[in-house]
Design a protein around this ligand. Structure first.
Ligand SMILES: Nc1ncnc2c1ncn2[C@@H]1O[C@H](COP(=O)(O)OP(=O)(O)OP(=O)(O)O)[C@@H](O)[C@H]1O
Ligand SMILES: [Mg+2]
Length: 236
């Protein structure tokens, strides 16, 4: 059984259907990526998985149905979501944002230890513990958003375009860190990205989303090597 099994997922906004019945699965411990152009439905997919919009079909997480549950119930299964465009509380400082990330946990010692781990993983955040999240640079805010999600000790980490709006060198370092997190902590990740080359570089499996349909899926290596897919959908 896969950790996450999505079957025939349909979702949209009001009368407008965006996802036309997509199916994908994510194995425990892997990094999976959903690639797709602007407007393909990547953000909508993550919103549907986390119960933020009206959804039908099936989302099995550890064998349990998530469709029909509210977002706060889904979060309690330890599914963390780093939304598009950061996901930090601007007025709160770095320390407070990290503590907020752990709100569903009650193990004080574990939380303190994990906070320490985050500062080791992201030394720039350690230097800015008392700085308001809103005054951090774009790259630092993305790091804080990821660290905050990790404070939940997630079983599944959903990331919405972690490369968005960042300089190439910073993007590289964010992706290197994601890979490090996957290797060191074994965190399962589902990343949605437009930056196909970078995302395929850290992923084990990949899906290509085009206007609400999954048009290709397989191992990341297979997708990366497929000239037809690259040319038709990835523009690389
Ligand atoms: N709140 C909303 N209300 C109505 N339509 C929406 C809403 N959010 C997104 N859409 C529409 O749904 C479609 C898919 O949008 P979505 O945000 O999922 O795309 P995306 O793949 O994440 O794109 P991007 O790479 O630009 O973030 C688009 O046509 C968009 O206009
Ligand atoms: Mg999006």
């Amino acid at each position: 059984m896969s950790l996450l099994e999505v079957n025939n997922l349909v979702a949209g906004y009001g009368m407008v259907q965006v996802l036309n019945g997509i199916s994908l699965s994510v194995e425990e411990g892997e990094v999976a990526v959903v690639l797709g152009a602007n407007g393909a439905g990547k953000t909508t997919t993550l919103r549907a998985l986390t119960g933020m919009i009206k959804t039908s079909g099936s989302v099995l997480f550890e064998g349990e149905e998530m469709v029909g549950k509210k977002t706060d119930q889904i979060v309690r299964h330890r599914i963390a979501h780093v939304p598009q465009g950061r996901g930090t509380v601007a007025q709160m400082d770095v320390d407070e944002n990290l503590e907020l990330g752990a709100y569903i946990r009650s193990d004080k010692a574990g939380i303190a230890a994990d906070k320490q781990k985050m500062f080791e993983l992201f030394p720039r955040l350690a230097e800015r513990r008392k700085q308001a999240a809103g005054s951090l640079s774009g790259g630092e805010q993305q790091m804080l958003a990821i660290a905050r999600a990790l404070m939940m000790s997630p079983r599944l980490l959903l990331l919405d375009e972690p490369s968005l709006g960042l300089a190439p060198l910073i993007i590289r370092s964010v992706f290197d860190t994601l890979q490090q997190i996957n290797t060191e902590f074994g965190t399962t990740m589902l990343v949605v990205e437009q930056n196909a080359n970078l995302a395929l570089g850290i992923a084990k499996s990949a899906f290509v989303l085009e206007t609400g349909d999954i048009v290709a899926g397989g191992s990341a290596a297979q997708i990366a090597a497929d000239d037809t897919i690259r040319k038709a959908y990835l523009g690389i």
